[in-house]
Design a protein. Structure first.
Length: 67
């Protein structure tokens, strides 16, 4: 029984460390880093573009209407 608890604790620590090693996401909309870089390359729209608040969106100061 103690071995099972130790294994669960070890799995939790490994999961926690694996989450910390991921590249940071966009602080505003929470997109993963790879998708946020696609926003900066004009390949994807940011879900927060209506508020013009995404730091990765190069058009963040430009008004545009969503279609």
């Amino acid at each position: 029984m103690e071995a099972l608890a130790l294994l669960a604790l070890l799995a939790g620590v490994v999961y926690f460390l694996a989450r910390r090693r991921r590249p940071p996401a966009c602080p505003r909309c929470g997109l993963p880093r790879a998708l946020a870089l696609e926003v900066s390359r004009h390949r994807r729209f940011c879900p927060q573009v209506a508020f013009r608040a995404c730091p990765f969106d190069p058009r963040k100061g430009v008004y545009r209407q969503r279609r």
